[in-house]
Design a protein around this ligand. Structure first.
Ligand code: ADP
Ligand code: MG
Length: 723
């Protein structure tokens, strides 16, 4: 059994032909039906109506929809599109699309390209094969997609096929959200209402709307496609479920921000070109901490757009990688004992005049607004740390959160020393005498400008204030950022409303005085969630427990937060998710956990029985024969102790692997008899997962023992260092 070595990168040519340099600004967004194109292609009246619909949440009439549909179709045909698709985000976490050709038969043997307003506005895909968590009885297979006019239609090119994609929501026949976009849009409305009310209370004028902004920093690995296809664990589950760590990992710290290899640079360039055409502001790129790990961080955008764009980014990353014979791994932990990938989600609120509400600002008024919004967010996180934790709970993310790698599963907030001091003085009453003219009776008349350097030193916090935004760092690299965004918007809406009520209840004309009295008591209550130290330490875990902060290390435990009365009330109050919709999500997330784990079990079993054990047996035979033949040749006193020792380890290893695998399969069978999803997930997590880890250790020991030529899987050092 000879291992065929993959053809390595240096033996191939990846030069991408560039005809001539075209500045990005000349083609940015050319594959999107954006405002500029709309203005150009639509009659004035239709353009006005669609802008009103977008900006003022007005309903678009069907006659205008027909005009828009015609214009989109003409534009898409010019781009080479043959089909259109409602592009939506079912609960799988990926995107879905069903393509229909523009052609309509006219006479026998003849067709013409057609696209009506009705086809633009609404679709009816069969919903029965998407996760619904029990919402939709099987006989009611109908689902509707409805055009989300706030996100521009775009052209997707795939090989020689070109399709017009129309972003849509996906709802059931009875109006329940079956997707990730609908709740996000609802949460945007909720946080906008609450923030506008708060701003008005604080005396702001001319504020009509507030929107959440999201900026995801996407981490990923790239490995040679040849290695990828030689590992079924990577192909089927996205991560290596066995594999010994390489002699060199990330300890030399020579990868982060290091110079980017040529092949990778070419990939990034190609990928970004695609993203620029789709109007994704792909701004920053760099090497990440682990070998073969990288990051792309687009400029932040309005939440709904940022979510759509992140889905497009993930798809584009994977498809462009194939052209370079690379595999793009978005999994949270593709390689054990090597840093995993997260997706820091930067979040803030901005009003319709472009002001970032988490910007400390320069004037006393801006400072008060800032402090109110800052404390509202901290309060939201303190009160709903469990729900926030649940929003990032997946089987894959368990390898990072609460495991040996940060951020931990304890959701705390980092504010930095400067802001913490300010909060402490508010709490102590130093600022109790604040007047309308002056903000804080410290030595300063306004807050010092918080430069990023002052706030961004702590990289271990799951939720950090970084100058003018919060950074939620517990989000997994492969997950949609929609639900974390939805949760943030909703909990902050509730927090703002609560603070507003308390401020109003003070019943005083001196609004600043009322604000500071409320903030003072709030800070007292919520300060246990503040932590500026090292979140990775054992001491913090103990301290957090003393403070009563939840520490839900695994997904089955973390998800329970979605089944609480608190969560149901919260999402219902803000009309983000009905009780049924939330319950269905709880079930879907549990089912996903169970399926992910079971796929890995089957994969692990197959790798052990059909790859690892056979390879080990071949080596066992070689060693046994060697021992016998050496003794035959040199007499029974010949020294074969090394071979004997290896042989013994090998035999033990094979037995352990075989027995552990049998044990795991038996335990899965026991779990499968449980019909309650929550209990089943608990059982798999507590009984099966540790055994899988134990089995892995045995396999990894054999990897370091067996003849390299016989080892059936690409090793970490090959995958991580050859490209
Ligand atoms: P890092 O966290 O790596 O130090 P940066 O501070 O440059 O990186 O920003 C990270 C991300 O935060 C970027 O994607 C950026 O667009 C985003 N960001 C900046 N301001 C905001 C904001 N007001 N709202 C949401 N995201 C923001
Ligand atoms: Mg960051």
């Amino acid at each position: 059994m000879k291992k065929s070595k993959p053809v390595i990168a240096s033996e191939r040519s990846y030069t991408i032909e560039k005809e001539k340099f075209v500045p990005v600004s000349e083609y940015y967004g050319e594959d999107t039906f954006n405002y500029k194109v709309m203005k150009e292609k639509l009659p004035k009246d239709a353009y006005k109506k669609i802008m009103e619909a977008i900006n003022e949440d007005k309903i678009l009439d069907l006659a205008t929809a027909d005009i828009v549909a015609h214009a989109i179709k003409e534009w898409a045909l010019e781009k080479g599109a043959t089909h259109f698709a409602h592009w939506f985000q079912p609960m799988t976490g990926a995107t879905a699309e069903k393509h229909d050709a523009f052609v309509e038969p006219t006479a026998v043997g003849e067709v013409m390209e057609k696209f009506s307003g009705k086809q633009l506005v609404q679709g009816e895909p069969d919903a029965s094969s998407f996760p619904s968590g029990g919402i939709r009885a099987t006989f009611e297979a109908r689902g509707y997609t409805a055009w989300d006019i706030s996100s521009p239609a775009f052209i997707r090119r795939n090989g020689i096929s070109t399709t017009l994609c129309i972003p849509t929501v996906f709802i059931s026949y009875t109006g329940e959200a079956l997707d990730k976009k609908t709740p996000l849009l609802r949460s945007n409305r909720a946080v906008s209402n609450s923030a506008v009310n708060m701003l008005k209370l604080l005396g702001a004028k001319n504020v009509k709307k507030v929107h959440a902004t999201l900026g995801p920093e996407q981490e990923y690995f790239l490995i040679d496609m040849d290695y990828f296809f030689k590992r079924q664990d990577l192909v089927l589950g996205g991560r290596t479920i066995v594999g010994a760590p390489p002699a060199k990992g990330q300890e030399l710290e020579d990868q982060y921000f290091g110079s980017i290899k040529e092949r990778i640079s070419s990939y990034m360039h190609d990928m970004e070109e695609e993203l620029f055409k789709l109007g994704v502001p792909a701004k920053t790129r760099h090497n990440e901490v682990a070998p073969s790990q990288f990051e792309i961080a687009p400029v932040f955008e309005e939440a709904n757009l940022a979510v759509d764009h992140n889905q497009i980014v993930m798809d584009t990353m994977k498809s462009v990688a194939k052209k370079h014979n690379l595999a793009c791994l978005l999994h949270e932990k593709p390689f054990a004992k090597i840093n995993g990938s997260g997706k820091h989600v930067n979040w803030s609120l901005a009003d319709n005049n472009g002001n970032n509400l988490l910007n400390p600002g320069r004037t006393p008024h801006e400072n008060i607004t800032f402090l109110v919004f800052l404390i509202a967010v901290v309060r939201a996180v303190y009160k709903n740390a469990d729900i926030l934790r649940a929003s990032v709970a997946t089987y894959a993310n368990d390898h990072r959160l609460g495991a040996n790698e940060a951020p931990p599963a304890i959701i705390s907030v980092f504010l930095g020393d400067q802001l913490t001091d300010i909060l402490t003085s508010i709490e102590k009453g130093t600022v109790a005498k604040a007047t309308n003219a002056e903000i804080i009776d410290l030595d300063i008349s306004s807050l010092p400008l918080l430069s990023k350097d002052n706030t961004d030193r702590n990289r271990t916090s799951p939720f950090a204030f970084t100058g003018n935004k919060f950074e939620f760092r517990a989000v997994g690299s492969s997950q949609s950022i929609s639900f974390p965004g939805t949760v943030l918007n909703t909990i902050v809406a509730e927090s703002l409303d609560c603070l507003a009520e308390k401020i109003k209840a003070k019943n005083t004309k001196n609004i600043n005085q009322a604000v500071f009295e409320v903030l003072k008591s709030e800070i007292k209550e919520i300060k246990p969630v503040l932590f500026n130290g090292d979140n990775y330490t054992k001491e913090w875990e103990l301290e957090a427990a003393k403070r009563g902060l939840p520490n839900y290390k695994t997904t089955p435990v973390a998800l329970k937060a979605l089944a609480t009365v608190k969560a149901i009330d919260l999402f219902e109050k803000y009309k983000v998710l009905s009780k049924v919709e939330l319950q269905s999500r709880y079930v879907i997330y549990l089912e996903k956990y169970i399926k992910d784990l079971e796929i890995e079990v089957k994969c692990l079993s197959n790798i052990c029985l059909s790859q690892i054990i056979p390879a080990a047996v071949v080596y066992q035979k070689i060693l046994a024969k060697t021992i016998i033949s050496t003794r035959e040749a040199l007499g029974s006193a010949a020294t074969v102790s090394a071979q004997t020792e290896i042989l013994k380890k090998l035999v033990d290893g094979i037995n352990n692997i075989y027995n552990l695998n049998k044990d795991i399969l038996a335990k899965v069978e026991v779990a499968n008899a449980i019909h309650d999803e929550a209990k089943k997930a608990d059982t798999l997590c507590s009984k099966v997962k540790p055994k899988m880890d134990e089995l892995r250790e045995n396999v990894d020991e054999l990897e370091n023992l067996i003849d390299d030529e016989l080892w059936p899987l690409p090793k970490f050092w090959e995958m991580l260092f050859i490209s």
